[in-house]
Ligand binder design. Structure first.
Ligand SMILES: Nc1nc2c(ncn2[C@@H]2O[C@H](COP(=O)(O)OP(=O)(O)O)[C@@H](O)[C@H]2O)c(=O)[nH]1
Ligand SMILES: [Mg+2]
Length: 199
């Protein structure tokens, strides 16, 4: 695998969880943030890319993780797991706190190279998905859109779903769009290649 020339992707661990700037790691390592609605498959994506079963907990209880979780990958790169949005049972106050935390990270973090924005390939992007994409475009943060759970859609319909998602997002042709499944590992090489391009 090409990425292993650069880094041992299996040499990964949780570094720390942060609620605000003062907790972020203080160095120059590049970071890739991962964002998406609760249950979209974010933890599964992280586990799949790191070749681990349970590093990023695959939780059946959506909205459980409320902090920014920093993963150290071979001391060369970090993944930053952004807590899932669009969880109905979260109060207005919690949601505002969540928004502030994410915004602070995304708009002020020099280490940030790109955001992997995960959307469920089966459905049209939610209002939150669209807002996240627009937010990233507004701040000119490079976006990698990853459409998850592709294994749940017949291959013959992939193009149709991809087009629908792109249309709803008002997708910028210069951004990357990756069809992904953590079940079949479809998109694994493309995801790593794309991420490494931003480092
Ligand atoms: N079939 C299928 N199920 C998936 C895939 N990715 C995640 N899931 C399932 O979707 C649910 C939520 O996944 P999780 O990774 O915890 O989502 P998160 O809340 O975004 O971190 C779990 O039951 C996963 O097993 C995928 O690519 N294919
Ligand atoms: Mg998760």
């Amino acid at each position: 695998m090409a990425e292993e020339i650069f880094l041992n992707t299996h040499n990964a661990s949780i570094l720390l969880s942060a609620a605000n700037k003062s907790h972020y790691p203080q160095d120059d390592l590049p970071e890739i943030a991962l964002a998406g609605r609760s249950n979209v498959g974010k933890s599964s994506f992280i586990n799949c890319l790191l070749g681990r079963k349970n590093l990023a907990r695959t939780s059946s209880k959506p909205g459980k993780t409320q902090l920014l979780n920093f993963f150290n990958i071979d001391d060369k790169l970090r993944f930053v797991d952004v807590p899932g949005y669009g969880y109905a049972k979260v109060s207005k106050t919690e949601r505002a706190k969540w928004g502030k935390m994410i915004e602070e990270y995304l708009t002020s973090r020099d280490n940030l190279r790109a955001v992997v924005s995960l959307v469920d390939m089966r459905h049209d992007p939610s209002v939150d998905d669209v807002q996240m994409y627009e937010f990233l475009k507004y701040y000119e943060i490079p976006v990698i859109v990853v459409a998850t759970k592709a294994d749940k859609i017949p291959r013959g319909k992939w193009n149709k779903h991809e087009s629908a998602i792109k249309k709803k997002l008002n997708f910028d042709k210069n951004d990357n769009f990756i069809v992904f499944s953590s079940e079949t590992r479809h998109g694994y090489d493309e995801a790593w290649d794309t991420i490494l391009d931003y480092l």
